[in-house]
Design a binder for this molecule. Structure first.
Ligand code: PMP
Ligand code: GLU
Length: 394
């Protein structure tokens, strides 16, 4: 008999992590899988950051850390917010967590009551909806279109608001579409929110530095949005530090204090060595990681060129992050190699089995017509993967 709680029984497994695990399993069976499923830079953490970690170990940073992070790290975060985002936060407004994922889970649990609605422009990052549900919130999906670069318009936002709307969560640059909201587009959304002073915004900016068009703008930069925006960021993507598990928020201080209290009962402060290393990472100029961003830009050009050559793939030009999110619905209803493709999950599974390429179904991101392909992989792997995809579909 299933003795587990309804909470866990109703929770979906993270589709990105599940696909990565499946690819790993198939590789262990000897299959030559190319993994384009996980959003994880394939670079090593820069040496100057690793050196800071080694130094921290040698200096005996081994004790429990303050729940909300070392003061020196919070100061580095405050300086980073000022330098890169024109945002002023004070120490009580900043909370360091075990990855931005924990930052998001904290926010959901301190902000949502049962039945509170959270507007998620689709496609959204895979874990948003289940993190919201875990806190008894209700995700409200707003479908966007590829023609509008997968961005939510002011009209769509207004139409989705109900008396139960508590929050809006989005990422810019967006995982999975790569879209970057301009200042004008964010202003249009903020204008709608002027009529609804009790709606809060989560602005997930973890891909901030992986931006090929420039012009990153934070919702909290608008004076009238500052007091109701939670800015989420982290070092996983820009600094190639996914396994170090450090994320952080800048927020109104009553929200930050609540996150601190929540974290104090669940995990305590984030890892001591990782925190010391992140001080060094954040104090460095963003130009120190430009070589990775330049390489992602090259790969973006490469993969877009190759995918455009495959019939039935319709792709927007992502402005940031390291994903493409092609619409592949032209294949729905077709049978290829004896396999019928009825939806994006069938398509992604087909690519795994017939092309030995791991991708993620768009269904996990709230868009059932697309798949997500991560190009955080070598150019050789990208070329080989797309050529296999093309061969399998022809
Ligand atoms: N937000 C977005 C949009 C992401 O893609 C990720 C990727 N893992 C996260 C948050 C969480 O990042 P992490 O927990 O590694 O800091
Ligand atoms: N954010 C990455 C992704 O979207 C990492 C996997 C995860 O944390 O779910 O693939």
């Amino acid at each position: 008999m299933n003795q587990l709680s309804d909470r866990i029984n109703n929770l979906a497994t993270s589709a990105t992590l599940a696909m990565a695990a499946k690819a790993r399993e198939l590789r262990a069976e000897g299959k030559d899988i190319i993994g384009l499923s996980l959003g994880e830079p394939d670079f090593n953490t820069p040496d100057f950051i690793k050196d800071a970690a080694i130094e921290a170990i040698n200096q005996n940073y081994n004790s429990y850390t303050p729940v909300d992070g070392y003061v020196e790290l919070k100061e580095a975060i405050i300086n980073k917010f000022k330098r890169d985002n024109n945002l002023s936060y004070t120490l009580p407004q900043v909370v360091v967590s075990t990855g931005a994922k924990q930052s998001l889970a904290n926010i959901a649990s301190v902000m949502l009551n049962t039945g509170d609605e959270v507007i998620l422009p689709c496609p959204y990052w895979v874990s948003y909806s289940d993190i919201v549900k875990l806190s008894d919130g209700v995700p409200v999906e707003v479908q966007t279109s590829i023609e509008n670069d997968f961005k939510m318009t002011a009209e769509q936002l207004e139409a989705a608001i109900t008396p139960k709307t508590k929050m809006i969560w989005y990422s810019s640059p967006c995982n999975p579409s790569g879209s970057v909201y301009s200042k004008a587009e964010l202003r249009a959304l903020a204008d709608v929110l002027q009529k609804y002073p009790n709606i809060y915004v989560v602005s997930d900016e973890i891909y901030e530095h992986i931006n090929f068009v420039g012009g990153h703008f934070s919702m909290a930069e608008f004076d009238d949005m500052y007091d109701r925006t939670i800015t989420v960021n982290g070092v996983s993507k820009a600094f190639a530090m996914t396994g170090w598990r450090i994320g952080y928020i800048g927020a109104p201080d009553w929200i930050a204090r609540a996150c601190n209290k929540m974290q104090g009962q669940i995990t305590s402060g984030a890892n001591c060595i990782a925190q010391r290393a992140v001080i060094t990472a954040l104090e460095a100029e963003p130009s120190s990681i430009k070589y990775m961003v330049d390489e992602f830009k090259e790969r973006r050009k490469l993969i877009l060129g190759l995918l455009n050559d495959i019939e039935g793939f319709k792709t927007n030009e992502p402005e940031g992050a390291f994903y493409v999110f092609p619409n592949i619905s032209a294949y729905f209803g077709k049978t290829i190699k004896g396999k019928t493709i009825n939806n994006a999950s069938d398509f992604s599974l087909f690519l795994l089995e017939e092309a030995l390429v791991a991708t993620v179904t768009g269904e996990a991101f709230g868009n059932p017509d697309c798949i997500r392909i991560s190009y955080a992989a070598s150019q050789d792997n990208i070329i080989e993967a797309v050529s296999r995809i093309k061969a399998a579909l022809s």
